[in-house]
Ligand binder design. Sequence first.
Ligand code: ZN
Length: 247
Amino acid sequence: MTLCKFGEEYLKKARARPLGTPVLEALQIIKKHLYPKAQLPQEPLVVREISQEEAISDSHIGPGRGGVCLLSGEIVLVKGLWCLKVPIHETLHKISSVRNLEEALILRPLFEGLAECLTGYLLHRSYEHVYSKCWRPDSKEFLCHKSYEANCRLWGAFFHFVPIESIIPLYFEFPADWKRMCETFADRVNQNGYKAFRDVLGGILSSSPPVTDQTFRNECEDVFGKRFTVYCRTPLALDFSNVIRLS
Ligand SMILES: [Zn+2]
C-alpha cells in the first residue's frame, strides 16, 4: 500500500505539528458530521507514533495501522502505515463509551466494523476524494484503504435502513451502562419502523449460546429482509450517499 498525492501532503503537514493535532481534527469532524456532543476523556491526550515491529509485538495492535492502548488509553499510530483515516478511526474508539466495557471487548469484531464504517462515512462527508479514491475501492492500493470489510459492510447496510445517528446511544453516550445502551439502541431501531428488532446484545454476559457479531447479523437479516443481505454482500453497503441520516 502506498500514499496517495493528498496523503503525502497531509503527512508532511501532520509531521510538522504535534501528533495530537490529527486527533483533534478528527474530533471536529466527528462533532460536525455525526455527534455534536463528542468529547475526549478528561485525561491528558497522549498520541504516539510507533514502529511496525513495536505494533506487531503488542497483541492489541498487531499488524494494524493504529490503536488505542487498553490500559493507558494512549493512541498509537503505526509509522509508515497511517494516514488520514487512522486518526479518525482511533479517535472514534477513544471517545466511544463502550471502549472499556467487557461486553464490547467480547464483540470486538462488531465494534471494529462499526468504527471503520463510521470512519468511511466521515471521510465521505469531509474528504470525499479520500473516501472515493482510497478508502472505498476494492484495490488495496492506498494506505487509507478500508479494513474489517465484512462487518464494515454489515453496518453500512444497517444504515441504509435506520439513520446513522441511531448508533449514538450504543456507541457514544455516557455514563456507560451496557444494558441501558443496548435497550435504547434497539428502541431507536423499533421507532424507525422495525418493531420486530430485538435487543440481542444486551444479555451478552449471560447468554447461551454465546452472542457474537453473527447474532447481530442474523437479527438484522431477519428484520430487514433480503435487501439487507444483498447490501451486505455487495459494495453498495459502503455507498454513503444513500445512507439515512437525520440531519
Ligand atoms: Zn479499531
